[in-house]
Design a protein around this ligand. Structure first.
Ligand code: COA
Length: 191
């Protein structure tokens, strides 16, 4: 019972950890772009070089080029979905977060996540993705922390997701628990 109780306690269960170098480098939103990407000595020289002339930022604007999103999903090998359904899913999501790389006037979609919600207690995350060119550099973690922060700011206390087997540890590192107190996710599919 403790698990369900904790969902309604309203306490912030987001794991507290120091921001990573990459998080310090990302602007919180489109309107707060840093004028210069910081040169963090802890970044490898190649990472620092590749980032020195670009900026990374988050946006919650859901007016997204669906073909660009499809390209991002293709890049990680996800099966294609009908774009009219993707559009509907985005429109009806509670929160949509995109992560962008900006070089000059060019913007490139490099990450995406969305959440559905009952707008009170629960939110479920879907379609968490970082472009392979940007994986393994802390961007996925920064994206997830941004999503969690946004949901917590809406007083959502129960955040769930369905993890592919190969990313269970990624989510566990962020404080997500598999089967808390034996609770199982259950699925029904048409025959
Ligand atoms: C899963 C994904 C979003 C992670 O993004 P990322 O930018 O590579 O992750 P980060 O670099 O921020 O990694 C953060 C931490 O998680 C770890 N991590 C990253 N991917 C991991 C994985 N697949 N398994 C276990 N740990 C992983 C990193 O080592 C890092 O650990 P640290 O904080 O101790 O250094 C990204 O790999 C991706 O888009 N994968 C394809 C799509 C996908 O599978 N999405 C999830 C669907 S449920």
């Amino acid at each position: 019972m403790g698990f369900w109780k904790s969902l309604f306690s309203g306490s912030d269960t987001t794991p507290s950890s120091k921001p990573t170098a990459v998080e310090g480098y990302i602007a919180e939103d489109e309107n707060s772009l840093p004028t210069e990407a910081p040169r963090d000595p802890s970044l490898s020289s190649s990472a620092a070089r590749s980032r020195s002339s670009s900026r990374i930022f988050f946006s919650t604007d859901r007016d997204i080029d669906l073909y660009e999103l499809e390209e991002l999903c293709d890049a990680v090998g996800w099966s294609r979905r009908p774009l009219r359904k993707v559009k509907k899913a985005i429109q009806h999501s509670f929160l949509v977060v995109t992560m962008w790389e900006q070089r000059g006037v060019q913007r490139r979609l490099i990450g995406f996540a969305r959440a559905t919600s009952d707008h009170a207690f629960n939110a479920t995350l879907w379609d968490v993705v970082v472009h392979p060119d940007f994986q393994g550099k802390g961007f996925g973690k920064a994206l997830m922390k941004h999503v969690i922060k946004k949901l917590r700011s809406e007083d959502i206390s129960n955040i769930t997701l369905f993890a592919d087997p190969q990313v269970v540890n990624f989510y566990q590192n962020l404080g997500f628990m598999a089967d808390p107190e034996g609770i199982k996710g259950m699925f029904w599919y048409p025959d």
